[in-house]
Design a protein around this ligand. Structure first.
Ligand code: TYM
Length: 398
């Protein structure tokens, strides 16, 4: 086998549908940055962010969960010169229950909204899930409303947040932008970016423009009063980047600002970092609807351990925090830096056993999910309708 073939074979697969790595430590994110042509978030950028906002930076940034960006400096420039921008993110409503991985971009987006005090648009792609899954449009729209309740439960300010389902909102100015994008992207370009083939439905080929359109402020005249020049920042896991490579290509040709992006790594599957936590593999995931007992049972039963095969071996050689799923999850969800570092040291030295590490994770996740469930209980259909009403938002627009 030639060198090229070898390296091709070992390359991680990361796209909107698949995340797969051969390595137990998971996707090689540095290589991915090179392949995708994005920019690594370094200490300098984090320090600049802290200066620009005057606030401590979120642990998902300092720990490298949000690790890559496109044009994030431009967003900081705008913040510093008091020029507006907005946030855009989304969810594909394919199931009733969202999992912990889906929570990550929303937790971080809420922090960005609180920190920068800017409007947020959230796209629920019920059309996408109808096209890709064996679900009716009625069902994906119902799931969009149910998932919107989970998103609202993260704590977004109703005065600054607009949530929409595509099958309700794709019309008027939004649809005009979809047409403009359709006209300037060829099927060839899409095949190249998404790997679609002529056997795919026309709907699948048409869909990327619909995920691209919310990047442009002129798609939301209710919010931006017809302005076409307000750029957005898109927080998402890096699997969504292909959509926005296409969007950034099209933007200058349409006279629109390119969207900026900030990308996260994936919460790995319970079984190990070779794949991501994914709704299409239920046993890989902890859901926001899981009970305390289900959370405990899943972590005990499935969470891949980087510990030694026996207690003696573990005490002698210590655990491997890079492959241990419980430690990985703690680095996403345990906010206390000091406690995380103590755990890392204790586990890596063999002083802490896998069972103790798992118990620490169980406590953290049970608390986060229980608090989420409590906040979600009060989000009724009427509350969702308030977020879904097209309206001006309380936005800085100087
Ligand atoms: P969806 O519903 O697959 O995912 C919703 C968001 O969750 C991220 N994500 C994860 N993050 C960390 N760890 C994981 N294991 C994990 N799995 C999923 C996704 O990257 C995404 O940010 N087509 C989109 C919906 C969409 C969208 C957007 C997403 C429309 N417009 C703009 C982001 C930004 C989808 O099906 O996402």
């Amino acid at each position: 086998m030639g060198v090229d073939e070898e390296s091709l074979e070992e390359e991680d697969v990361v796209d909107p549908w698949t995340v797969e790595s051969k390595s137990a430590a998971g996707v090689d994110y540095d290589k991915l940055i090179q392949r995708f042509g994005s920019t690594k978030i370094d200490d300098q950028l984090i320090a600049r962010m802290q200066r620009a906002t005057g606030r401590p930076v979120h642990h998902l940034l300092t720990r490298g969960v949000f690790f890559s960006h496109r044009d994030f400096e431009m967003i900081l420039d705008r913040h510093e010169s008091k020029r507006p921008f907005f946030l855009y993110t989304g969810r594909g409503p394919s199931s009733e229950a969202m999992h912990l991985g889906h929570l990550i971009p929303f937790i971080f987006t809420k922090w960005l909204q609180d920190t920068f005090d800017v409007p947020l648009v959230v796209q629920m792609t019920d059309d996408e899930k109808f096209l890709w899954k064996d679900l009716t449009l009625e069902e994906t729209h119902r799931l969009a409303i149910e998932n919107a309740k989970d998103i609202i439960a993260v704590g977004f300010d109703v005065n600054k947040t607009f949530i929409f389902a595509d099958t309700d909102f794709v019309k008027d100015e939004f649809y005009r932008n979809v047409c403009r994008i359709w006209k300037c992207v060829t099927v060839n370009q899409e095949n190249h970016i998404f790997g679609m083939t002529s056997a795919d439905s026309v709907g699948k080929i048409a869909f990327p423009a619909i995920q691209a359109a919310p990047s442009f402020s002129s798609s939301f005249p209710q919010i931006f009063d017809g302005r076409a020049d307000v750029p957005c920042l898109i927080p998402c896991a890096i699997d969504q980047d292909p959509y926005f490579r296409m969007t950034r290509d099209a933007a200058p040709r349409l006279g629109f600002a390119k969207p900026a992006l900030i990308h996260s790594t994936f919460i790995p599957a319970l079984q190990g970092a070779q794949t991501k936590m994914s709704g299409s593999q239920p046993e890989s995931s902890i859901y926001l609807t899981d009970s305390a007992d289900q959370i405990r049972d899943k972590i005990i039963k499935y969470a891949y351990s980087g510990g030694g095969a026996t207690v003696e071996e573990h005490r002698k050689h210590g655990g491997n925090c890079k492959t241990d799923i419980s430690f990985q999850y703690l680095s996403f969800f345990l906010e206390d830096d000091k406690k995380l570092e103590e755990t890392r040291k204790a586990y890596a030295s063999g002083e802490m056993l896998t069972g103790e590490l798992k118990q620490q994770l169980i406590d953290v996740i049970q608390r986060i999910v229980a608090e989420h469930q409590q906040r979600r209980r009060v989000v009724t259909d009427e509350v969702v309708m308030q977020y879904m009403k097209p309206r001006p938002l309380n936005a800085r627009m100087q």
